[in-house]
Design a protein around this ligand. Sequence first.
Ligand code: ADE
Length: 246
Amino acid sequence: ARLQLDVVTIFPEYLSPLRESLLGRAIADGLIDLSVHDLRAYAPDRHRTVDDTPYGGGAGMVMKADVWGRALDDVVRPGPGTTLVVPTPAGRPFNQSVAAELATRRQIVFACGRYEGIDQRVADHAATTVEVLELSIGDYVLAGGEAAVLVMVEAIARLIPGVLGNPLSAVTDSFGDASVGLLEYPSYTRPLSYQGLEVPPVLLSGHHAAIARWRRDESLRRTARRRPDLIAALDPATLDRADSSI
Ligand code: ADE
């Protein structure tokens, strides 16, 4: 039940960090298979053309449907276990729940667009054989999908059982548990005093209920200051009476 990851790009070397650290370990351990494909290998002409001017006019170039079609015919395994991910700032938001859903797939193919994007018929046609998700990693514009793929693959891979050293740490972080919906509380380790700053005394008290209460309050305080949108989205049923004093 290993996960097959395929990335199609005109910059294959951009994806080499995927073979490092966490991902490299998972690939070496046989938990994940990764293949990176050069889109230009599927261009039929001598110049390996992958783009053309947009119908309707406008700035920039559009990546050609026929070149992408040949590449995806070669890489995509048709069927319900496969998802084609197209990174684009015009996509739906990529978040922890999308990552968790993708971590359950058998094959994920990432189609990296450059320039002004990929002819829309590529995604529309692929959707007749596999699930297609056009996804954005945030409200800013990158030069292409490659950096977004690095982000998404790291978020997905660490949710696969056996990829992380400690399987529990995947669920306790900020956003790790959708039912909590709060930012992580601050953490401290030795020394007790650093640059005149002390570790909060409650953490040294050995009083487990008091520590849990303090961490919960810090999570609420942080979330209210940094991400008021998350407070507004909280299910009131997940708040307890003591929370309301923050
Ligand atoms: N390609 C360019 N910008 C992007 C973004 N914000 N998210 C995903 N893919 C992109």
